[in-house]
Design a protein around this ligand. Structure first.
Ligand code: UD1
Ligand code: CA
Length: 493
């Protein structure tokens, strides 16, 4: 009988990860926007198992909830003491009903293993009618790995751990990845017979191979030529190495799908990000989390976007953003700071040195220069003048400002929230808006401009400014350059 859906996938993740030297459990360290165990769960889930079990131990108070959050369907099994890989699988099986069919075992710290590889492993395992199929790889330096001992018929007669191997066995360059397909009945039977008479005094899952073979069952190897898929993370050097390889693979996938990546070496895109065709990614860009980039957009150079949605045809230049939604055809940057809750409508602009937070800026509206827009609602086709501050915080509470559509607010305004500016209103330069502005009104708050004549000439006599002023007065025909009245005195200060 051939089934494509395995009965169970058991993910081993109870180990300590001491070489990470971290307060964070190893499998919760992330590459490409997903934890190591998150990658393992994704691959496991993709083959559609009836049961998905994760064996947790070290750091289980953190690992358990993280696993459940990323895949609520997972059965968590606690392994109090790590007595070996065989023991871990034993206690996982004990949590499940009696299984028939194929059981896969994978590791929580092998993040590049692809779901396709697992599916292929199941297919070969079942079509060869094997009791055990081991995912293997040939490596230049097999130090530390279990060695795959082949029988004359090409099957696998045993897996021997490095510490238990003879010199001849140490010379074998085909290693056990630790990922297997088992016949469920053979697995549970053999695990009852596994002993701990070995160099580490552990219950070795690998011994199942020799036991099944001894029972006259077929045991085979599925050799992968893609070494990366079997690589585990034990320290932070491997974390960075596998992170770089995952990034390389993500960029290749995107480029093949029609995305231009000008400089792959300086571009980091999480596995979790979606980028539509004809997007151009310029050098120095990092795209993280749930970020989505619409077709034809240009991102960069030098931009970091986390959980940002960018509409089709938009341009985002030298921008740091998170939790923002940008409409189609918008222009953002250079040097913009988008904080969570920023929503920019189609064709809008958030320009140079503008910070936005919790602000909805309607279609076609523009905040082009040097401004802070916090806790605000701006309608459509409105223009906010250069150097505008939305004063949202009174020192105790945050308040909102609303500005209507088709407004023209002038430079250097302050909107003291809570305040509303109605549709079609305007403001003068330097206005501090403290009261609601009615539709179509012009709000001005600064007093009329007055001149204290000759103040510089008298109060700053002898300075280059005073000399320049005198010269200009003479040139303009002012016959009485020396102050006559008391105006400057009276108006001083
Ligand atoms: C194991 C294999 C070895 C293989 C190597 C590949 C055995 C006996 N050996 O060796 O043949 O080449 O993996 O990396 O299986 N774990 C538990 N509970 C335990 C012990 C381990 O959950 O009691 C988990 C660890 O968290 C880890 C994985 O199983 O994810 C492998 O454990 P590890 O101790 O690294 O096995 P190795 O000695 O490297
Ligand atoms: Ca290991």
């Amino acid at each position: 009988m051939t089934r494509t859906r395995p009965a169970a996938v058991i993910v081993l993740a109870a180990g300590g990860g001491t070489r990470m030297k971290s307060q964070t459990p190893k499998v919760l360290h992330a590459i490409g926007g997903r934890s190591l165990v998150g990658h393992a769960l994704r691959a496991a889930r993709s083959v559609g198992p009836d049961h998905l079990v994760v064996v947790v131990g070290h750091g289980r108070d953190q690992v358990g909830p993280a696993v459940s959050a990323s895949d609520p369907g997972v059965t968590l099994v606690v392994q109090e003491d790590q007595l070996g890989t065989g023991h871990a699988v034993q206690i996982a099986l004990a949590e499940l009903p009696a299984l028939s069919g194929t059981v896969l075992v994978t590791y929580g710290d092998v993040p590049l293993l692809a779901g396709d590889t697992l599916a292929e492993l199941v297919r070969q395992h079942e079509s060869d009618d094997n009791a055990v199929t081991v995912l293997t790889a040939r490596v230049d330096d097999p130090t530390g790995y279990g060695r795959v001992v082949r029988a004359a018929d090409g099957g696998v007669s045993a897996i021997v751990e490095h510490k238990d191997a003879t010199d001849d066995q140490l010379a074998i360059d085909e290693i056990n990845s630790g990922i297997y397909a088992f016949d469920a009945a053979v697995l549970s039977d053999a695990l009852r017979r596994v002993g701990s008479d070995n160099a580490q005094g552990e219950l070795y899952l690998t011994d199942v191979v020799g036991i099944a073979r001894g029972d006259g069952r077929r045991t085979g190897a599925f050799e992968t030529t893609d070494r990366w898929q079997t690589e585990g993370v034990n320290d932070r050097v491997q974390l960075a190495t596998l992170g770089a390889e995952l990034n390389r693979r993500t960029l290749v996938r995107l480029m093949r799908a029609g995305v231009t990546v000008v400089d792959p070496a300086s571009t980091w895109i999480d596995d979790t990000v979606t980028v539509e065709p004809d997007v151009t990614v310029l050098p120095g860009v990092q795209l993280h989390g749930a970020t989505q980039i619409g077709a034809g957009a240009t991102i960069g150079p030098d931009s970091t976007l986390t959980d940002v949605e960018v509409g089709a045809g938009a341009s985002v230049v030298r921008t740091h953003g998170s939790g923002a939604v940008l409409g189609a055809g918008v222009n953002v940057g250079p040097f913009s700071y988008l904080r969570p809750g920023t929503v920019l409508g189609e064709g809008g602009k958030i320009g140079a040195f503008v910070e936005a937070k919790n602000a909805t800026i309607g279609a076609g509206s523009k905040v082009p220069h040097l401004s802070y827009v916090g806790d605000a609602e701006i309608g459509e086709q409105t223009n906010i003048g250069a150097g505008t501050i939305f004063a949202n915080y009174d020192g105790v509470k945050k308040h909102r400002t609303t500005i209507g559509s088709h407004c023209r607010t002038s430079s250097n305004n302050t909107f003291v929230a809570p305040v509303n500016v109605a549709d079609g209103a305007a403001t003068g330069a330097g206005t501090v808006v403290r009261r609601d502005v009615p539709p179509g009104a012009l709000a001005v708050s600064s007093g009329p401009q007055r001149h204290i004549e000759d103040w510089v000439v008298t109060k700053r006599a002898g300075t280059p400014a005073a000399e320049a002023a005198l010269k200009a007065q003479q040139a303009s025909g002012d016959t009485d350059p020396v102050p006559s009245g008391d105006t400057a005195e009276e108006n001083d200060r």
